[in-house]
Ligand binder design. Sequence first.
Ligand code: F6R
Length: 240
Amino acid sequence: MEIIVCDDYDQMSKKASEIVSDIIKENPKAKLGLATGSTPVGMYENLVKDYEDGKIDFKEVSSVNLDEYVGIDKDNPQSYQYFMNEHLFDKVNINKENTHLPKEDGSLEESVKKYDKLLEEFGQRDVQVLGIGPNGHIAFNEPDDKLNMHTSIINLKEETIEANSRFFDSKEDVPKQAMSMGMADAFNAKTLLVLASGKNKHKAVEKFMHTDKIETMFPMSFIALHPNCYLIVDKQAYEG
Ligand code: F6R
């Protein structure tokens, strides 16, 4: 694992985008695993700039996303589909048919099965971008006695609802469930790019730096098992 400590959010975003850009330059048909949330926004801004500057081309790139809220329409500005359109897909020449997020299509059970099938067909990604929750969650795999390998419906923990309420008018508006890739799915990539920024990630980053245990109650600890993982953090996340 390579741990890179950056001065600030901008440097972290630049470093992350350089890794993704290089992967796309090397392989124009790169398969990306993407994340939402506030952490990767700067990385997406840099990727859009690289595209505008003619450095990278998304024409043949394809993508899968980690997760989506349950009960939120894809046109709702709070949906992760909307987020991806806004921050990346609408700003580059990616073929939207080659981009995928978990979505409700039939019952929740059927939707989960469909996303698993899609992930199986999509195969291994060249890179998977991951953020971490303040509680160490990966995608929406919340700390628990057992973690899912594959797609499932997750009941979001109180602390995650609290953390994500900043995007909503009130805490009550935050969905209580999400459909999320499991841990095996989330790690099915040649390279993992784990990003953490800001004081509210310090507890998790510090715990990771000081533990030598893999714990389901701390899903972030599993990134230590991946053979090619970058953990890119800013000073605030690293030092508190
Ligand atoms: C988002 C995701 C989540 C976030 C995490 C951090 O697709 O899977 O695990 O990465 O909740 O969110 P932010 O970046 O908003 O702090």
